[in-house]
Design a protein around this ligand. Structure first.
Ligand code: ASP
Length: 332
């Protein structure tokens, strides 16, 4: 009797566990996403434009998803270190990447990467397209774009151009500028244009081209000199700053698109949930106002979907490939 009850005591929980197992598994699988914090990797240093955009979006998405959305800065190698981290992460929707135009250029610029720069990601949605500004240290002896061009042509050995590594937006914009004025400069690569801006303000480097999301407040405060915005029209946020065309460089127009990605293999219902949350963030009044203060605006709700982002991204890769091949300039 005793023995039987002992056996029963030992076996019963196991039987109960066994009999409950088929019910427990689906119950776990059906747990609503997300049920723990989400991380968004910014592949550049804190304090720069990609970081700024990501933190604004993450805050609203966190509220919408009912879980904290934290930002992790993994800067270096033009954004490829952070991108690699996400491409190789578990495809469960908890480890994401918010990148920029580098997603369009990296597949052609870098011939050796530790990750699949095209097949490694599942797009979630586009976020914004940001204008660039050509800026310089406060005491640079040039007061407009024509004077800057003359200075760069005359003194290029003495002038440094700051960027965030090969494939970074600042690198591409710098290439456009230096090609337009036919004067290559010495470049100083940073892990992001947040720290590059600190050095530009301090006068350690001379010239930079960067998103308005990093430059607007420094321009308004007079901490740096601005020479032009890289858009066909002037910006409401910087109405006194001439466009590149007005200032004498007509072909030099560029905007920087940002998008959110999950690792390839993330279930579609998860990327759809994240995309709906991103769309909610992009409708947020405070976010729209902050974007406007910084010279940009959210993309449309349609552009913030996985399908539209995939199409845009693929078109961007196709746009840059022949340009990079013709230039013959690779990162490796
Ligand atoms: N604006 C930087 C770039 O040049 C990156 C950053 O720090 O956000 O790509």
């Amino acid at each position: 009797m005793i023995r039987r009850s002992l056996i029963a005591a030992l076996v019963a929980p196991a039987l109960t566990a066994l009999s409950l197992a088929p019910f427990a598994a689906p119950a776990r699988a059906q747990e609503a996403f997300p049920n723990r914090p989400i991380t968004i990797v910014v592949p550049f240093a804190a304090g720069g434009p990609t970081d700024t955009v990501t933190r604004l979006v993450a805050e609203v998405m966190g509220r919408d998803l009912g879980q904290p959305v934290v930002v992790e800065n993994v800067g270096g190698a033009g954004g490829t270190l952070g991108a690699a981290r996400v491409a190789q992460a578990r495809p469960d929707g908890y480890y994401l990447l918010l990148h920029h135009i580098g997603m369009g250029t990296t597949p052609s610029l870098y011939r050796k990467l530790s990750y699949d720069a095209v097949g490694g990601f599942a797009p979630v949605g586009m976020v914004t397209e940001v204008p660039m500004t050509i800026i310089g240290r406060k005491n640079l002896p040039a007061n407009n774009l024509a004077e800057l061009v003359a200075l760069v042509r005359r003194d290029r050995e003495k002038l440094n151009y700051a960027n965030a590594g090969i494939g970074a937006a600042s690198h591409l914009c710098g290439l456009l500028f230096q090609t337009a004025v036919d004067a290559p400069m010495t470049t100083v690569p940073y892990r992001g244009t947040g720290p590059a801006m600190t050095d530009l303000i301090g006068g350690t480097v001379d010239v930079m081209c960067d998103q308005t999301t990093n430059t607007t407040e420094q321009i308004r405060a007079g901490a740096v000199k601005v020479f032009a915005v890289t858009t066909p029209q002037r910006l409401a946020s910087l109405p006194d700053v001439p466009t590149t065309a007005e200032a004498g460089l007509p072909g030099m127009e560029v905007t920087i698109w940002h998008a959110l990605y999950a690792p390839k293999g993330t279930p579609a219902d998860v990327t759809d949930r994240l995309s709906r949350s991103l769309q909610t963030a992009l409708r947020d009044e405070k976010l729209i106002q902050r974007f406007a203060d910084l010279g940009t605006a959210p993309v449309t709700q349609e552009q913030a979907t996985p399908a539209a982002t995939l199409a845009f991204w693929q078109a961007d890769i196709a746009k840059w490939r022949p340009v990079i091949q013709a230039a013959g300039q690779y990162a490796d």
